[in-house]
Design a protein around this ligand. Structure first.
Ligand code: ADP
Ligand code: MG
Length: 282
């Protein structure tokens, strides 16, 4: 088990007139090697939760265990935690600042105090993983496309060689092609590197195809937690939370309401196609 969250509460501006309850009694476990989607409407607490997982924000109450040890225990190194639990912020390209791509990716491992050779080896490896070849190394990050900038930012976190990778809305603001590039990259990191991945999104369509588990946040609370199929069965509740199941779910429901015996758990267009073709042949 990688991460265990127990009865986590977070209140911004506690004891001020700005007091804002952002997380309410959130408990969850993320297992090693899992690929989890964290979904919720804007303001539901997704970013607040992810920033607790690598120790950037401190809980108002509750506990977080990383590999069995409380990150709030005395002498626990949050700096070390941050090298194991890598967080790619929303709009991470706003944090690119070095003169060239390569230096930017070196920043994280440099901070870990590693030898120059090791820093550069990791930076090269991370850039390779994100599919940016050497022609990019000496370019200014500011000259790149939106999707490329984001890949540089992800490489910067990967160069720390984290065990858990958290990406906060990594596709926000990208065009469909940029979105596919990033989601494909994240899926590859999970499959090929066996990395534990938490993918934050407000779009069901984006994550449903990739993750094996969905955690749904609503008004600071964990509302649903299960496989995408389990979660999409609650599509009416999801709607009430300002979310929607993938469009194909609605097509399948409409067919069922017309008496067509199609499996209600279909969540992708490919599954729907196969099911409909199979009925045809019967
Ligand atoms: P999400 O990432 O799901 O959009 P957030 O975690 O950013 O949600 O926000 C959860 C709640 O906490 C929201 O009501 C938001 O307005 C509030 N909030 C977020 N950041 C701050 C902050 N720095 N100070 C005060 N309130 C905040
Ligand atoms: Mg957010």
């Amino acid at each position: 088990m990688a991460i265990k969250v127990e009865h986590l509460n977070h209140i911004y501006g506690q004891d001020t007139i700005f007091e804002q309850y952002a997380l309410k009694d959130v408990s969850l476990t993320i297992g090693d090697g899992e690929f989890v989607g964290l979904i919720g409407h804007t303001g539901s607490g997704k970013s607040t939760l992810t920033q607790h997982l690598n120790g950037l924000l401190k809980a108002s109450s509750g506990d977080i265990l990383y590999n069995g040890t409380s990150i709030y225990s005395e002498g626990y190194s949050l700096k070390e935690l941050r090298s194991h639990v890598g967080l790619v912020f929303q709009y991470p390209e706003h944090q690119l600042f070095e003169v060239d791509v390569f230096s930017d990716v070196c920043f994280g491992p440099k901070n870990l105090g590693l030898e120059k050779e090791e820093i550069e080896r990791r930076a090269r490896e991370a850039l390779q993983l994100t599919g940016l070849d050497e022609s990019f190394y000496k370019q200014s990050p500011f000259e790149l496309s939106g999707g490329q900038k984001r890949r540089v930012a992800i490489a910067g976190v990967l160069a720390m060689q984290p065990e858990v990778l958290i990406l906060d809305e990594p596709t926000a603001g990208l065009d469909p092609r940029g979105r596919e590039e990033i989601l494909g990259l994240v899926a590859r990191l999970h499959e090929e590197q066996g990395m534990t991945v938490i993918l934050v999104s407000h779009s069901m369509e984006d994550v449903a195809r990739y993750v094996s588990r969905l955690i749904v946040m609503n008004h600071g609370e964990k509302a649903l937690d299960g496989t995408p199929k389990e979660v999409f069965r609650h599509y009416k509740e999801l709607e009430a939370m300002g979310l929607a199941a993938p469009q194909i779910t609605y097509v399948v429901q409409a067919l069922r309401e017309r008496g067509i015996p199609i499996d209600q758990d279909i969540t992708t267009v490919a599954e729907a196609r196969d099911a409909i073709l199979a009925m045809w042949k019967r």
